[in-house]
Design a protein around this ligand. Structure first.
Ligand SMILES: CC(C)(COP(=O)(O)OP(=O)(O)OC[C@H]1O[C@@H](n2cnc3c(N)ncnc32)[C@H](O)[C@@H]1OP(=O)(O)O)[C@@H](O)C(=O)NCCC(=O)NCCS
Length: 344
């Protein structure tokens, strides 16, 4: 696929190190082989070297060049447990409990490697639920400075170039916050715009806040929440185009946009769609994926200080490798964000 090939080529120069904790999964080992063969990132696997070697031989997977870290013999385990106990102190975390978690939960341990700077990002979720991967990100890493909301996006690659950015759309939040507040919707929009710019290289993100109402045609509690998000973005003085509330057809189809929201810079040309809640978002992306035969890349967790990315449990080894490429891109974005914050 052109999009992921371009992404891999773009991130390759940085040679980011990505940790894959789910080494009991053949798909994950195969993905590691794929990434190493394509050469766009370095890979760290979590687990016992002997077991990984035996499994790789059994499945005929070549893992030459991979680094393996075993939590039980990890040389910075004390430091990691102290860090985690300190972070979760108010929740009653102790060094002993931290040790128990870090030696029994590979995704938490992998997030720990990222927290300590031993890896640039983590990709998990082939065998782990989304909630567990996101929890590891929230508890071990946490939201980045200047941002309160962790959310997720899907990049939809459609065969309908008349919509979005030549057929590409960024949708949020399809995976984390069940009922976002106005403030959270505003945060989701900002971070989706960053994803559109950095991961997709969209030059002109245009954000539509979706609803069943367009510009006052309907009313209700959820419409008020969406309008609240728009007021917040106005106050924040953001540099991208945004508008709403609007129905999906007004957001995407120029003639409908002109009719329902005349004068809008976004209506009819939206390429970033912010859904009012998780039900609408999750159902919406799956409908497009199936009916339009579109590729849906995600859920891409965003807003953490360092990238911990989730996978769909139905993923293939190719999907895992693609998300590793997004993780590299997010790690680069995180470096740029930190540099900019340091300058301020
Ligand atoms: C994401 C999710 C797992 C978080 O659950 P949770 O029980 O709040 O998780 P935790 O208690 O471990 O959260 C740790 C901290 O992060 C905070 N937090 C939770 N969600 C957050 C978010 N979206 N952004 C920022 N912080 C968040 C919590 O308030 C908590 O803070 P505290 O330690 O100061 O109290 C939960 O919202 C969820 O299950 N979402 C749906 C995920 C899902 O099933 N998606 C399926 C579609 S792909």
């Amino acid at each position: 696929m052109r999009f992921t090939e371009d992404l891999k080529a773009r991130v390759s120069k940085a040679q980011k190190k990505i940790v894959l904790p789910e080494t009991n999964s053949r798909r994950v080992l195969k993905a590691a082989e794929r990434v190493l063969a394509e050469g766009f990132a370095k890979i760290v696997l979590v687990g016992k070297l002997d077991k990984i070697k035996t499994d790789a031989a059994k499945y005929q997977i070549d893992l030459t060049g991979v680094e393996v870290v075993d939590p039980e013999t990890y040389y910075r385990m004390d430091e990691l447990c102290e860090y985690f106990a300190e972070r979760r102190k108010k929740k009653g975390m102790t060094v002993e409990k931290a040790y128990e978690i870090m030696t029994s939960n590979n995704t938490f341990f992998a997030a720990g490697l990222v927290a300590l700077g031993e890896a640039d990002g983590c990709v998990s979720g082939a065998d782990t639920t989304s909630a567990d991967v996101i929890r590891a990100g929230l508890q071990v890493i946490g939201p980045r400075q200047g941002n309160k909301t962790v959310s997720s996006a899907f990049i939809l690659l459609t065969n309908t170039p008349q919509y979005g950015d030549n057929g590409i759309l960024v949708l949020g939040d399809c995976g984390v916050i069940p009922n976002p507040t106005s403030e959270q919707l505003a945060d989701i929009a900002c971070i989706c715009v960053e994803r559109a710019q950095r991961t997709v290289q969209m030059l002109n993100p245009k954000v539509a806040f979706l609803s069943y109402s367009t510009k006052g045609s309907g009313s209700g509690e959820s419409v008020d929440i969406v309008r609240g998000a728009i007021d917040i973005l106005k106050e924040r003085n953001v540099e991208f185009d945004f508008d709403g509330e609007m129905q999906a057809d007004a957001a995407l189809v120029p003639e409908v946009g002109e009719r329902k929201a005349p004068g809008s810079r976004v209506a009819g040309h939206a390429n970033v769609l912010i859904f009012p809640n998780l039900d609408a978002a999750n159902i919406g992306y799956k409908m497009v994926q199936r009916f339009a035969n579109a590729t849906a890349l995600g859920p891409l967790v965003q807003g953490l200080d360092k990238p911990i990315l989730d996978l769909s449990r139905g993923c293939s080894s190719e999907d895992v490798a693609d998300v590793v490429a997004v993780c590299c891109s997010d790690a680069i974005t995180s470096d740029i964000y930190k540099k900019n914050m340091a300058k301020q």
